[in-house]
Design a protein around this ligand. Structure first.
Ligand code: HEM
Ligand SMILES: [Cu+2]
Length: 640
């Protein structure tokens, strides 16, 4: 037993537990960390969903009394903050973690302990943010917390929780982003040049760069805000002559790149799924990759489209209108490439494929309303109305989340070794596709009819009752879809069909190894010769240009070459979680009691110090513990 062996070896001996709770707490295996990210983000998705449900119930009819106005403000703030930072981003991170090393033929990420640190810091940051509910003062200023209402004198400690929670979460995102950049650049299998990378890996690389460039901006903004709130500085205080618009510039200089941080992983997933279920290579691989990179650059030049109604003047407004219209071009290019991939393919309408096609349809609707906002006079009408709420849900729910679920259905067999049920899956898709449109499409009408966003109620004569009630019905359809998904997961765990290595006849390296992959991933690191290398190992081009299977029976597996003996993997460690806990306590102490910060500081220092002096691999003598995979240590490479 894990704990027993710890007792025998003393408190600070290396953890070697192969199973049980301890093994999860000390794990540095990218697959387990990916699973932790996924499960945690899913639980937070349920919390964010309940917040949404409460808001929709409150708005389902005029003058309803489900929640108080104060509670309503907290609900939309926490809902937005949760969905963006605690659901979509970490679900992306779950796939980065689980899939990237498998897709590039690596045994782990470059810095396995840093990876564990990212996850724990994310988890503790999420807890810190949500702890504000228990103090009775959750953040209530909207997910963008506009000045001057974010300043001292407003919302008790709510905004402080928001600031400190985001600081902690920012550390998690930055650590993960650096890790993935180094992993993708340095740990690719021999022969896998950059232009042979799967598109999902490319999009992860672009997103990681966006994170390391965008998060410092918000870090600075919220640090200044913290100083305003706690130490009497006046960076955003209009009464003292500062411009509160500076906050908006800083926030959106981060905020717009952030929306691409949210959508690019989904675009990457869709670019993996469509070729597999169309039995064709991705149409225009180079263009799709380039369009992703161009979006990454252009995303920095459009932020003031969130500020058209703040009186920036005609020059700035025109410049940002034009740049915003232009950013739709690389986005449109991708859409045509996806359609080109479908064109003439032998299409299999699996659940994953349906979610990808749903993504294209719904994301396009959101993209079009986005371009409508770029027209300044029409945005003056739409700004701060339900029309914006419609837009952002088409891109975030219809886009990012549908893409993520396409990935869940696609990679589930690889991650768990078991298939999900396709009938339940399709039912889930249709309920979500319908429910999403029922909930969010009428918001276009409400917005154009003048219903402002972020109002906790409206009076009867406004004519908004019907579509509001309609939208609330949609939430129940979405909820039903979610239950079907949960049932599917449950069913798969108990009776799911075994997946085998390659259930979809897929193209990329992760499908060449067993499902779930062994802890060392590849018994032998593959040598890559082509883009979609695994596909080329299975198929040759026939005389008519159609693929002809060259390998009969089961797909070739690197497992055939050995059983992973003598592979040295990094050893689990206590210090990532301890350092995360220390950091979060420092932050938490600032909103509760300073002694908590002191304890956190000591813990963080201890963890950091010990981490630095901990060799990445335990000496063999220490690891002669329980039998099993935990004994096989790493190949060289990662050090931290
Ligand atoms: C074709 C691409 C897009 C264009 C042209 C576009 C344009 C715009 C514009 C002009 C606004 C500001 C509207 C206003 O506040 O008056 C806006 C808001 C927003 N967009 Fe987009 N957008 C695009 C894609 C996306 C994507 C991919 C996402 C996220 C995945 C996204 C998320 C949002 C969010 C969250 C807001 C609202 C922010 C808020 O006020 O709370 N957009 N979009
Ligand atoms: Cu924007």
């Amino acid at each position: 037993m894990a704990t027993a062996s710890i007792a025998k070896r003393g408190m600070f001996a290396r953890p070697i537990a192969p199973t049980g709770l301890w093994s999860w707490i000390t794990t540095i295996d990218h697959k387990r960390i990916g699973a932790l990210y996924g499960v945690t983000a899913f639980i937070l998705f349920l919390i964010g969903g309940v917040e949404a449900l409460l808001m929709r119930l409150q708005l389902s009819q005029a003058e309803a009394g489900v929640v108080t106005p104060e509670a309503f403000n907290q609900l939309f703030t926490m809902h937005g903050t949760t969905m963006i930072f605690l659901v979509i981003m970490p679900m992306g991170a779950a796939f980065f973690n689980f899939m990237i090393p498998l897709m590039i033929g690596a045994r782990d990420v470059a810095f396995p302990r840093l990876n564990a640190f990212s996850y724990w810091t994310f988890l503790f940051g999420a807890i810190l943010l949500n702890a504000s509910f228990f103090t009775g003062s959750a953040p209530d200023v909207g997910w963008f917390a506009y000045a001057p209402l974010n300043g001292p004198g407003f919302s008790d400690t709510g905004v402080d929780y928001w600031i400190l929670g985001l600081q902690v979460l920012g550390v998690a995102s930055l650590a993960a982003a650096f890790n993935f950049i180094v992993t993708i650049i340095n740990l690719r299998a021999p022969g896998m040049s950059m232009m042979k990378l799967p598109v999902f890996v490319w999009m992860t690389l672009v997103v990681s760069f966006l994170i390391i460039l965008a998060f410092p901006v918000i870090t600075v903004a919220i640090t200044l805000l913290l100083f305003d709130r706690q130490f009497g500085t006046e960076f955003f205080n209009s009464a003292a002559g500062a411009s509160p618009l500076v906050w908006q510039h800083l926030f959106w200089a981060f905020g717009h790149p952030e929306v691409y941080i949210l959508i690019l992983p989904a675009m990457g997933i869709v670019s993996e799924v469509l070729p597999v279920f169309s039995k064709k290579p991705l149409f225009g691989y180079t263009t799709v990759v380039l369009a992703g990179i161009i979006i990454g650059f252009m995303g920095w030049g459009v932020w003031a489209h969130h500020m058209f109604v703040t009186g920036l003047g005609p020059v700035a407004n025109s410049a940002f209108a034009i740049s915003t219209m232009f950013i739709a071009v690389p986005t449109g290019i991708k859409i045509f490439n996806w359609l080109g991939t479908l064109w003439g393919g032998s299409i299999r309408f699996t659940t994953s494929m349906l979610f990808s096609i749903g993504f294209i349809l719904l994301f396009t609707i959101g993209g079009i309303s986005g371009v409508m906002h770029s027209v300044v006079p029409s945005d003056a009408q739409q700004s701060d109305t339900y029309f914006i709420v419609a837009h952002l849900h088409y891109v975030l729910f219809g886009g990012a989340l549908m893409g993520i679920f396409s990935g869940i259905y696609y990679w589930w067999p690889k991650m768990t070794g078991r298939m999900l049920n396709e009938t339940l899956g399709k039912l889930h898709f249709w309920l979500w596709f319908l429910g999403m449109n029922i909930t969010f499409f009428p918001m276009h009408f409400l917005g154009l009819d003048g219903m402002p966003r972020r109002v906790y109620t409206y009076s009867e004569g406004m004519g908004w009752d019907f579509w509001n009630a309609f939208a609330t019905v949609g939430v129940f359809v979405l909820g039903l879809g979610l239950l079907v998904f949960l049932q599917n997961v449950w069913h798969s765990r108990k009776n799911g069909e075994a997946a085998g290595n390659d259930p979809w006849d897929a193209r990329t390296l992760e499908w060449s190894i067993p499902s779930p992959p062994p802890h060392y991933n590849f018994a032998q690191i593959p040598h890559v010769y082509e883009r979609d290398d695994f596909w080329h190992k299975k198929y040759a081009e026939g005389a008519d240009g159609r693929p002809v299977r060259t390998v009969q029976g089961a797909a070739p597996s690197s497992e055939e070459h050995g059983h992973g003996h003598n592979i040295h993997m990094p050893t689990p460690s206590y210090y990532p979680i301890l350092l995360s806990a220390g950091l979060t306590l420092i932050a938490g102490g600032l909103v509760s009691h300073i002694s908590v910060s002191v304890i956190g500081g000591i813990l963080a220092l201890f963890a950091l110090y010990s981490w630095v002096f901990e060799p990445p691999t335990a000496p063999e003598t220490q690891t002669a513990g329980p039998a099993g995979h935990a004994r096989d240590k790493r190949r060289g490479g990662g050090k931290r």
